[in-house]
Structure formats: C-alpha cells, structure tokens
Design a protein around this ligand. Sequence first.
Ligand code: 5AD
Ligand code: SF4
Length: 441
Amino acid sequence: MAAPKKLYIRTYGCQMNVYDSERMAEAMGGAGYVETDRPEDADMILLNTCHIREKAAEKVYSELGRFRALKADRPDLKIGVAGCVAQAEGEEIMRRQPLVDLVVGPQSYHRLPQMEARLREGGKALDTDFPPDDKFDTLRQRPRTRRGPTAFLTVQEGCDKFCAFCVVPYTRGAEMSRPPARVLEEARDLVARGVREITLLGQNVNAYHGAGEGGDWGLARLIRALARIDGLARIRFTTSHPNDMSDDLIAAHGDCEKLMPYLHLPVQSGSDRILKRMNRKHTAEGYLRLIERIRAARPDILISGDFIVGFPEETEADFEATLDLIEAVGYGQAFSFKYSPRPGTPAAERPQVPEEVKSDRLQRLQALLTRQQRAAQDAMVGQTVGVLFEKPGRLPGQMVGKSDHLHAVHVTGAGLAVGDLATVEIVESGPNSLGGRIRGA
Ligand code: 5AD
Ligand code: SF4
C-alpha cells in the first residue's frame, strides 16, 4: 500500500475555523491524507483564513510567501487557501500569489476531495459557492478516533444582522441552523469518543432555530436536550448577540446544571450614537438591563465581551461612554480591537478616526479591561470550582484545565489524568492562571 499523503492545516481566526479545520482534515482523510504538524513534510498545505480585520487577512499573504521555498524544492506540493479570505477574495488570491493551487470557501469545503483530484490532473481548483447541499450532511461519516476532553460543535452559521463594520454576513453567508437531531447525533458521537465538554458554535449562536420535533427549537431547548446525554459534563456556547438572548436561554443559565457560568456577549460600544451607526439595534441601557437579568438567573456568571474603538465618527465622549459601560458591567474576559475598515461594508465608506487616536483609545480601554479581568481572576481565590483537566502542565506531576468560568487552573501532584473533572479549591492567582488543590472528584 502506498504511504498516505500528508496534510498540514494552519488555522487562523475564530473557533469556527478550528472546527472547520477538523472537518477538512476528516474530509481529506477519506481521500487518503493524514495530518502532519510539519509543513516541510506535507503534500498539501491548507491555510484556513480569517477576514475579520485587515491584519488577519494580510497575514495570509505573508504566510504564503514563506511557502515559496518549499514549493520550489517540491513542485508537487499543493497549496490551498480556505476560510473567509478565500470567500472574500476568491480568484484574486491566485492572481496575487500564483503558487496557490486551490481556493475553497467556508460553505464548500466538503468538496475538497474532488478539488484535490482536479489538482492531481494538473489543474487549479476554486470553489466559493454557497451550494444548496448541506456540507454537514456530506461530512456525517466521521472517523471513530479518540478525542480530547473538549470539542467545538457548529450548530448555527452565518449572520443576517449586518453590523456596519462586519464582513461575516458576506463571507459566511445567510443565517442557517442545523436540525437538532443532527446536532444531538454529532454530540453523542463526540461523547462516545471521549469528549466531556462541548462548546456550541455559531456567529449568532443564540439566534439558533433548528427545525426539530414539534417545530423550531431555540438554543435553550437544544441545550436542555444535550444536557440529557450521559457522559457529557459541560456545555458552553458562543458567540451571542444581545438581541437574541431569549427568556428561556436566560433561565437555562439558572436551572441547567451542565450549562457553564460563562457568557460571551459582545456589545462593541457603550455609546448609543455609535451603536446606532453600527446598526446594532440595541442601546447601552438595554444591554445593561439584559446583563442584570442574566445575573439574576446566575449570579456568579462571568461576562465576556468584544469592543471596537475608533469606529467612524467616534468622539472622545462616545469612547468615554464605552468606558462607563465597561465600569458598569465588570467584565471577566474581553477582546478589543481598533476598527479596521473592511472592503464592501458600509462603515468603510464613512469618515475615519485617525490611527493615533485609535491606538490611544485601545490602550486606555485595554488598561481598564485588564484590571477587571485581573480582579475577576483574583476573586476566585478561596472559591471551590469544577475543573476539567485538558493537558499536562510544565512542572512534573502538574495538570492544567479550565474552570467552570473558563479560567486556566493548574494542580500539582494529585495523580490527575486528562479528561478528569474534579472539584478544586483555588489557592492562588498568577499572571495567566489560577493554582488549586483537589477537593474531590
Ligand atoms: N474592525 C475591528 N473589529 C471588528 N470586529 C468585527 N469586525 C471588525 C472590524 N471591521 C470584531 C467585533 C466582533 C469580533 C469577532 O471582531 O468586536 O465581535
Ligand atoms: Fe458580524 Fe454583527 Fe453578525 Fe456578529 S452580529 S457576525 S458582529 S454582523
């Protein structure tokens, strides 16, 4: 038998890309490829790319440049670009970087094996369709290999919200939800392969509305059904839009034990004037009231957010309103960015804020958020939390895992194994993680 061909995938951007890369590897497994973590050994290199900000998109081209020497040594090496840059730029990628053999968008990667066959015949391959066939259906036959204790599972994809800064509605397409029966089937399969924690993914995951028994299911109903799977210990979901936080989903945070006390709920700005220009369709006050209701259901919930500074026409007063909102919420985790104009989005055409102003605001915003994150982490000392252990730590006998609130926690000398879920008393708070000792399993 011929030695299997080797596939190297590099993933950029969001968690959905991580999930998509796994599925691409599985699809190519069917075409005789095994994964390698060394690009030098690969017969095919795939970059699964992100288009959300200019920097992320530019990284792809500098990375491709670096593969030129590899391709010169081994002309048979195939190089492909997948993901949102592939969707947004299509053929332009092959024009700009002729060493690229294959371009595949996020909705057509189930066709990779056929595309690879075309490459073997000496051609190039491009597919950025939004095909009517469901990629998830084509990808249903999954290998029975063991998995680590945590996994992502895409339940919803695409977005119809059209925030004025965002490329996602163009690169990922219109909103769609997978049927609950399919999600449950995939979740059971993951659990049978060793997974104990599943993070449900979607660009607007809380807008989930899968066609199931008795009509459309919302995300809360899906979570409650998943919670009945024996062996599945933890459920998370990301990313949510404030306007899709239903009463039932808020209630689930209070009454569904397997749903973890962590919620990523981006607000982007604290200024109503900017929120309106962003087409967010909610106010700062509306967001704050929502957070209050969520905290009433689950008082210890850790709130995480995304922020953009320097959106077109953002004034100092608008920016200060964002700082005020952050003060009012108290974030345990946050991601913040300078506004990056994206071609084809409405905000890219509006009067831009100077780069130095953006940098200054980002620095001030991050200083506040870092203080809050630190305080939230330090406040865990003395508390008892669940920790799911994911990998050995740097010290002998040390294991690291994630707490219910998604803090990294390390424990030493307790004879723990990967996949153990233990009750841990937090005894110290370091720069990037908490230290704990076992209280029970
Ligand atoms: N510029 C800067 N940040 C952006 N985001 C989305 N589009 C842009 C953009 N054009 C941020 C938002 C979003 C996160 C995934 O990325 O904060 O929630
Ligand atoms: Fe982008 Fe807004 Fe849709 Fe989120 S809700 S993916 S920020 S358009």
